[in-house]
Design a protein around this ligand. Sequence first.
Ligand SMILES: Nc1ncnc2c1ncn2[C@@H]1O[C@H](COP(=O)(O)OP(=O)(O)OP(=O)(O)O)[C@@H](O)[C@H]1O
Ligand SMILES: [Mg+2]
Length: 526
Amino acid sequence: MSPPPKSGTDSPSIPFLKMEGISKQFALVKANDCANLDVNRGEIHALVGENGAGKSTLMRILYGLYRADSGRMYLDGDPVELRSPADAISLGIGMVHQHFMLVPPLSVTENVVLGSEPLRAGVVLDLKGAAERVKELSETFALAVDPDARVEELSVGAQQRVEIVKILFRGARLLILDEPTAVLTPQETESLFVILRRLKEQGKTIIFITHKLSEVMEISDSVTVMRHGKVVGDLKTAETNTEELATLMVGRKVLLEVEKGAPARGETVLELKDVHALGASKVPTLRGISLRVCSGEILGVAGVQGNGQTELVEVITGLRKPSSGSLRLLERDITGLSPREMLKLGVAHIPEDRLKRGLVPAFTVSENLILGSHFRPPFAGRLWLRREDIFENARSVLRRFDVRPQAPALPARSLSGGNQQKLIVGRELSRDPKLLVASQPTRGVDIGAIEFIHRNLIAQRDRGCAVLLVSADLSEILSLSDRIAVIYEGRIVGTVDSTQADEKKLGMMMMTGVLAKEDGNGAGES
Ligand SMILES: Nc1ncnc2c1ncn2[C@@H]1O[C@H](COP(=O)(O)OP(=O)(O)OP(=O)(O)O)[C@@H](O)[C@H]1O
Ligand SMILES: [Mg+2]
């Protein structure tokens, strides 16, 4: 290995970061296959690619979490050798992971100093000094974090800003953000972009992973596209467009629109009458919800996050007990039943938080695929679980839902984020449910998989399933739903036919809780 030419750090010909010929083999897949990445100083560099393309792996190598099997890295033209994140941090590289790593009961400052406790006079933990520094960083970069707040009380967006403060506190010059917007509302995403622009103005370099090509176009200066572990495109954002990026990512043209026929609406499958429930902090969150979902239709629930969507889904799936009101599934009163009973009656659930509710990360893929039905035939024998049937089931679901790699014995945690999501979607849809509750069903999946999941939700509808769809993505609600219910402060303030709705009208209803005047559909449920 010959040393690279060295020159002044400001030389435009030398990228700030250069990764060259990076390869990484896991047991079953080559996650990175001779990947090259050049990032210029002070730019926002987007990294895109299908689920499992190797983006997170490449970034974990850059952050010293994994060691590459081969390849070289240079920072400012100097070769670097990273044995651990501590090495990366000392070089000014910081990473915010796809799944946050904060300690909820601790304060913001305590979380920020964890692992890098500043000592005063050699012994005392200088929390006061740290809190001041947190405040200072928060002001410089418009992060709006309160050093004394408890992390568990913060919104997802605020927790993410704490993660950013944490890496700035350690002196990061290069910030890696792995799918930061996947968990954010559209409004929170806009605030994050304000912060990213501020960081860039102050000379920071940012690598930004996303599946949303509109975000790439809005925020990045350049973009690298990965496919099957390789880099297949390296472009200036100003010189490309979403179609070109989509085609590079997936290797074929992607239909960015959903095709669906008119719904064949049947009997009422789910009916809620005046349902009340308390939220996480014991305040009344659902305050008289009435709604109805019929077989053969998709009812979308639109609302600004925090208006009761999460609690609504929890009540319907048995995860939260209503304090009053009633729920019916077909002819049955299901008020207050447990999740397992709901499941037995044909209620499937794609949860919004895949690691908390959807998967057991340490279990294998095939075990995760029978979660919830492990106690029933054909998986449960008289005394033991039937291994061959479980494997056969896994192979079939993995094939049908294109989960990669197709390896039933792999622990779920070693799947890429988007493939974990596809695994859950596959499990829930293959139950042939009567009612499907889909909460943020395409969070973190690539555009090819979004197209695929959308088609499958419509196929469920056409099979006669009643689908309740909750999504923070208004365009997803508009393109999939047959009717749209707007939720505001724990009530359904109006239901509109999706052919009569548009983003502007819905947005107004979501913000004000008032149904647009000219609409004859009436508030509440018809
Ligand atoms: N620790 C691990 N053990 C085994 N395989 C792994 C491990 N980490 C990643 N992989 C595999 O390497 C491949 C690349 O995964 P990676 O997480 O880098 O993808 P990604 O591009 O970030 O995808 P996504 O968009 O879904 O987050 C996947 O096939 C994944 O299953
Ligand atoms: Mg990833």
